[in-house]
Design a protein around this ligand. Structure first.
Ligand code: SF4
Ligand code: SF4
Ligand code: FES
Length: 459
């Protein structure tokens, strides 16, 4: 029996709403925003602050439209359709207001496009281009002095000269992640993203989940990039730097370097890293597996005693910080097993004490570690570093990974045995992001979660 045939289930599908937009009759489901309804009719409404994952902010006002002939303009992203409504998106009045808003945004945004992380997907460049409003042609240069960042962090960069006051970052941190590490202060040109008492981000509740940077449309918050710094370190006389990287990242790095599909193999990646100056190149999947082994042993020991369950596991030390900040009673539930980075750093330190260790991860959210034995870079930083090295990728030979010392007990064969957990069933719960993690932790605190393992995964 289908759901619609089942008389015991109330049909809760939203009803249809009929309206006209720029004279075109449109029928959409109740609850649809005017902006989305316009899209269904092929009508483009420019926008800056709206984001699909965040609740409607209605801050930039670029998307304003006329409704039912009333004088007041309303933001189309933050208002839902009404039955019989008449919407006008293209009147001279609407166009004039949008032009003024866009010009003000452009005048206040320092164009540093050449090195901007958003140069290929910038909301300002895209929207102003579509509206045919170009700063160099029509907008007076704003001579306000460069603004020093209020928020300091060595994982995220804040550049308020680029900020367009859209509020997305604050919404991501508060609504989505429920962390409240950052907020906005002042209005207009003085608008700033701040932490409480302007403390460095590491001293705020921030878990370095990276969501604020991910939703910032203009690169005002961006991932801190150490590629140039490490490249210089590699060139220094006497530098000994070891790197670990997952072989599968060769594909993403090849794409980033615009190399032909399938040509940048793991072997070429190893050779490229050696040519760039790394003294040794290790396979990170080995230490990742070893870290899993430690995790399994720890879980097994806890399941024997039934204490500190469910065990909490994160993709960085952001989870430990989150738990300490908001759920102190659960601090002991956070797994103590070593990360792949820590295992690598400790193993190399035991082998060759004066070696700097670098571990390459997939995304910025994995960088935050409280006991650093390694510098952590993303694969994008490694790709940029390889660009700086100006290598001829086509002629690189296939290299082989170095092997970690045997005394660490790291061997791929022994790992799969331990992962079976001796046939016991492990109840695992996976949650994405700290917003959902908070919900689960509240349930754990109330004794309403019977999982053995809760894994908080990156966005
Ligand atoms: S990284 Fe995450 S927790 Fe930190 S300020 Fe950004 S959104 Fe908030
Ligand atoms: S930092 Fe970025 S996301 Fe935050 S308000 Fe400014 S432009 Fe918007
Ligand atoms: S996109 Fe609607 S107010 Fe910003």
């Amino acid at each position: 029996m289908s759901v619609s045939e089942n008389t015991h289930i109330k049909d809760e599908r939203p009803s249809d709403v009929n309206l006209t937009i720029d004279g075109i009759p449109v029928t959409v489901a109740e609850g649809t925003t005017i902006m989305d309804a316009a899209k269904t009719a092929g009508i483009y409404i420019p926008s800056l602050c709206v984001h699909k994952d965040l609740c409607k902010l209605g801050l930039c006002r670029l998307c304003v439209v006329e409704s039912n002939g009333r004088g007041k303009l309303i933001p189309s992203c933050a208002n839902t359709v009404l039955e019989g409504q008449t919407v006008v998106t293209n009147s001279p009045r609407v166009a004039g207001i949008r032009k003024t808003i866009m010009e003000m945004v452009l005048a206040d945004h320092k164009l540093k496009c050449k090195d901007c992380v958003r140069k290929n997907d910038c909301v300002i460049l895209g929207t102003s281009g579509t509206m045919n409003i170009m700063k160099n042609r029509t907008i007076a240069q704003n001579n306000r002095p460069a603004t020093a960042p209020v928020v300091h962090s060595d994982i995220l960069d804040f550049d308020m000269d680029k900020c367009i006051s859209c509020g997305r970052c604050v919404a991501a941190c508060r609504q989505e992640q429920n962390i409240w590490a950052i907020g906005a202060s002042n209005r207009g040109k003085s608008y700033r993203i701040v932490t409480a008492y302007d403390r460095p981000l590491a001293e705020s509740p921030c878990t370095f989940c990276n969501r604020c940077a991910a939703v910032c449309p203009v690169g005002a918050i961006s991932e801190h990039d150490r590629s140039s710094e490490i490249f210089e370190k590699l060139k220094a006389v006497g530098a000994t730097i070891a790197v670990q990287i997952d072989p599968s990242l060769s594909k993403a790095i090849g794409q980033y370097l615009s190399l032909p599909e399938g040509t940048f193999t793991p072997g070429k990646l190893v050779s490229a890293l050696r040519s760039a100056g790394f003294a040794s190149v290790y396979d990170r999947s080995v230490t990742v597996n070893y870290s899993y082994m430690e995790e399994s042993r720890e879980l097994e020991a806890r399941m024997k005693t039934g204490e500190k369950l469910p065990m909490l596991i994160g993709y960085s030390d952001g989870l430990a910080k989150f738990t300490r900040t908001f759920f102190l009673a659960l601090e002991g539930s956070v797994s103590q097993h070593r990360s792949a980075e820590r295992i690598f750093g400790e193993t190399i330190a035991a082998k060759a004490g004066n070696t700097t260790c670098i571990s390459v991860v997939t995304n910025n959210a994995e960088k935050y570690r409280e006991n650093d034995t390694c510098i952590i870079l993303t694969f994008k930083e490694i790709a940029k570093l390889l660009k700086l090295a100006a290598l001829d990728f086509a002629t690189l030979a296939e290299g082989a990974f170095d092997l970690l010392p045997e005394e660490t007990g790291i061997s791929r064969e022994s790992i799969s045995e331990i992962r079976t957990n001796n046939g016991k069933t492990i109840k695992t719960l996976e949650v994405t992001g700290f917003g959902d993690a908070r919900v689960v932790m509240e349930k754990i605190t109330k004794g309403e979660c019977d999982a053995d393992l809760v894994r908080v995964i990156a966005e």
